[in-house]
Design a binder for this molecule. Structure first.
Ligand code: IMP
Ligand code: MG
Length: 174
């Protein structure tokens, strides 16, 4: 039985929190450029808003990661489907993610990017579901910690649907 998405975080709540994150990041990085690396596709809307909230010079990059065998959960097998177009060697990297669940995706990605010798590497995630963690992840910036619910909207999908919702909603009974 498919229920309508239940509003969880409004567009206004998200906007306010993303602005705060931008202020914090601007303070923490007085010197740019910061290489913002968004993980496709879920982080694309968060990236667009966060980038504009950061006043330090940034560069915008995207990386594609796929994790196999998932409905609502990670299989643990991760692969790069679209790599970066640039070298990050010697640069500040901020990985921009929509949501951290098991931590499998980010553990894999951060290890991969560290091999490319960035000057620093940190993670900014809009949402964090700490109850679901299988691998410890060191996250510098978290928008909202949320309970173990499946959420969609503001870039997040279920089977590619709902990414364009302005609010973040809980999807039940799927
Ligand atoms: P992890 O590797 O288990 O941390 O998975 C993180 C990825 O799973 C995120 O980038 C999302 O693509 C997806 N994901 C995890 N939880 C949710 C959710 O509640 N809604 C939508 N996608 C999710
Ligand atoms: Mg994602």
């Amino acid at each position: 039985m498919l229920s309508a998405p239940r509003p969880f975080l409004t567009a206004q709540q998200i906007r306010t929190r993303v602005e705060e994150m931008g202020v914090q990041i601007t303070t923490d990085y007085p010197d740019g450029p910061i290489y913002l690396i968004a993980i496709l596709k879920g982080a694309f809307i968060f990236m667009a808003d966060l980038a504009r909230a950061i006043k330090t010079p940034t560069r915008i990059e995207f990386i594609g990661i796929s994790s196999y065998g998932r409905g609502k959960t990670s299989s643990g097998e991760v692969k790069v489907t679209k790599d970066l177009d640039v070298s990050i060697e010697g640069h500040h990297v901020l990985v921009v993610e929509d949501i951290i669940d098991s931590g499998v995706t980010l553990t894999y990605l951060v290890n991969l990017l560290k091999q490319r010798k960035p000057k620093s590497i940190r993670i900014a995630t809009l949402l964090d579901k700490p109850d679901r963690r299988l691998r410890p992840v060191d996250v510098a910036y978290v928008g909202f910690q949320i309970p173990d619910e499946f959420v969609v909207g503001y870039g997040l999908d279920f089977a590619e649907d709902y990414r364009n919702l302005g609010d973040i909603c809980v999807l039940e009974n799927q």
